[in-house]
Design a protein around this ligand. Structure first.
Ligand SMILES: C[S@@+](CC[C@H](N)C(=O)[O-])C[C@H]1O[C@@H](n2cnc3c(N)ncnc32)[C@H](O)[C@@H]1O
Length: 283
């Protein structure tokens, strides 16, 4: 599938998810797996102390696979950018953390998600938030202007991850931090099986292998790269979905178990590119 086609499919899926929430439902990622695809991945990511202060539609639209705002150590006055902000849950939480002297931007390409996020901002009554329309492969912000870039289960959806990481590097200030939650694959998994599991995890997904992720971050100029598993998935959780996809679950279980995870990915932009040392990031 070309990148343009992939973006259209992703827009359609998440456009329908946003409409489900606007109609009073809970977001699922659509396709043929409405009832099963997201649950073990998206459930229980946020404390009630965080969600109780948010509009219920922002919580219902949550389609992430982690809680990057909890791990990103945001400080008052900082500028935060959320790549693929969806219904806005992480943007609203970030806005609270950076306070009135800071600002939280959300970036999303899907009109229905942006409409939902802007409505959620109104309901939450927060002013230090701006939702921007655009692709994460072409971030509509100037160079060196953002302190922290967060993202929740979106990088795996991009057909051009190198470009996303280069763009993230460009807009971050020197010493700026990247704090992503994302789906990551650990080790080799046969391509057809990998595709089915990824569909279960991320609806339309292309998760990177752990070392590939590190290499891409390193090649984009980042340092202090860390990938920390936050949830490792068991084949049991995807049993029905994989069986419906025609896979012999018992046979493929050893090839899948423990290899797919939600992870927290951290990295920093060096003060100057010249401060990046060493031939490899696999330390
Ligand atoms: C899995 S949802 C996650 C939404 C949000 N981060 C959350 O935690 O609820 C993916 C979101 O990313 C957006 N998205 C996917 N690919 C994108 C791209 N290439 N550029 C901009 N937005 C994108 C989709 O429109 C959707 O709103």
């Amino acid at each position: 599938m070309s990148n343009d086609n992939l973006q259209e499919v992703v827009k359609q899926k998440y456009g329908s998810a946003a409409k489900q929430v606007a109609a009073g439902g809970v977001a699922t990622c659509g396709g043929g797996a409405e009832s099963t695809c997201c649950d073990p991945i998206t459930k229980d990511l946020y404390d009630t102390s965080q969600t109780s202060a948010l509009p219920k539609e922002a919580v219902a639209a949550s389609l992430g696979c982690g809680n990057p705002t909890a791990l990103a150590k945001l400080q008052p006055g900082e500028i935060v950018l959320d790549l693929g902000s969806g219904g806005g849950i992480d943007v609203l939480l970030s806005a609270k953390r950076v306070g009135p002297t800071g600002k939280a931007y959300g970036l999303d390409m899907t009109d229905e998600m942006l409409a939902l996020a802007r409505e959620n901002q109104k309901k939450a009554g927060v002013e230090n938030v701006e939702f921007l329309k655009g692709a994460i492969e072409n971030i509509p912000l100037p160079d060196n202007t953002v302190d922290v870039i967060i993202s929740n289960c979106v990088i795996n959806l991009s057909g051009d991850k190198d470009r996303v990481l280069r763009e993230a590097f460009r807009v971050l200030k020197p010493r700026g931090r990247l704090a992503f939650s994302d789906v990551v694959v650990r080790g080799e998994v046969p391509a057809d099986i990998r595709k089915s599991v990824e569909l279960w995890v991320g609806c339309v997904a292309g998760a990177l292998e752990e070392f590939e992720y590190r290499d891409k971050l390193f090649s984009s100029g980042f340092e202090n790269i860390e990938i920390e598993p936050t949830r490792v998935y068991k084949v049991e959780e995807a049993r029905d979905f994989l069986a419906a996809a025609g896979l012999d679950v018992e046979k493929v279980a050893p090839l899948i178990d423990g290899k797919f995870m939600s992870a927290f990915i951290r990295a920093t932009k060096p003060f100057s590119r010249a401060s990046v040392v060493g031939p490899s990031c696999r330390t």
